[in-house]
Design a protein around this ligand. Structure first.
Ligand code: NDP
Length: 248
């Protein structure tokens, strides 16, 4: 129960990695705000699973690509649970396509959902954390932001942007006891992975030294570590959790 008395906001926690992360924090005693965009039933199910296990959770709909909505999410957490210790910027989307076929709209929506949301939620959360002189921000980026991925110029750019953001913010707020880190997953078994064509999935598996995809829970454990007291001396770091696909 490493997060007893801690308040956590997880963006995009209705499904996939966000859901697993919310459940992990709930299991370890945190009060968790489960954010979602559209799927209210799935978000409610994440919160119910936390409550059923004896934890505390509240659901809040917000489009985190919108600054006012992101600010509202952070305010909700503080009002509901009286504080905010940890922000996990997890919400993200893909709109894949080769650049010649990629529309401007597909570029823009990926930047606003993946990268601007990280600015939006972090700015609102850090305002609170600065006053408290402590806090943790963890951004879910991707190895696509580190090594690139054909057909994902928009997504790779947004994820590389999150890495630059992580390092810059880490430098800005370190003196106030706030750490800012990123987790870069490889291929993780969520709905996104399930939508990849079978042939492409087989090819992808050959690129993973550990020979398998990751589970959302394996990302959640890495996030929980970076949020824990054990990681107090780690900031501006990108923790790759990818079965060895991208080695630096
Ligand atoms: P999913 O598609 O399973 O879930 C995405 C989540 O984000 C949902 O909860 C969705 O809410 C929410 N969301 C989407 N847009 C918004 C928005 N504008 N405002 C608030 N919430 C929003 O994604 P994954 O679990 O696969 O991915 C989670 C993160 O991990 C993403 O940032 C992704 O880029 C990253 N990642 C994933 C990898 C993978 O292999 N799965 C690999 C590398 C990185 P709703 O259900 O309401 O639509």
């Amino acid at each position: 129960m490493g997060f007893q008395d801690k308040v956590v906001v997880v963006t995009g926690a209705s499904r996939g990695i966000g859901r697993a992360t919310a459940l992990e924090f709930g299991r370890q005693g945190a009060a968790v705000v489960v954010n979602f965009l559209k799927d209210a039933a799935a978000a409610a199910s994440t919160a119910e699973e936390i409550s059923a296990a004896g934890g505390r959770a509240a659901v809040h709909q917000a489009d985190v690509s919108d600054y006012a909505a992101a600010e509202g999410l952070i305010k909700f957490a503080v009002q509901e649970f009286g504080d905010l210790h940890i922000l996990v910027n997890n919400a993200g989307i893909t709109r894949d396509g080769l650049i010649m076929l990629m529309s401007e709209a597909d570029w823009d929506v990926v930047q606003s959902t993946n990268l601007k949301s990280t600015f939006n939620c972090s700015k609102a959360a850090v305002r609170h954390m600065l006053r408290k002189r402590r806090g943790r921000v963890i951004n879910i980026t991707s190895i696509a932001g580190q090594i690139g991925n054909a057909g994902q110029t928009n997504y790779s750019a947004s994820k590389a942007g999150q890495i630059g953001f992580t390092k810059a913010l880490a430098r800005e707020v370190a003196s106030r006891g706030i750490t800012v880190n990123a987790v870069a997953p490889g291929y993780i078994e969520t709905e996104v992975w399930a939508s990849v064509p079978e042939a492409a999935r087989r090819t992808a598996l050959t690129l993973i030294p550990l020979g398998r995809t990751g589970q959302p829970e394996e990302i959640a454990k890495a996030v929980a570590f970076l949020a824990s007291d054990d990681a107090a001396y780690i900031t501006g770091h990108v923790l790759t959790v990818d079965g060895g696909m991208a080695m630096f």
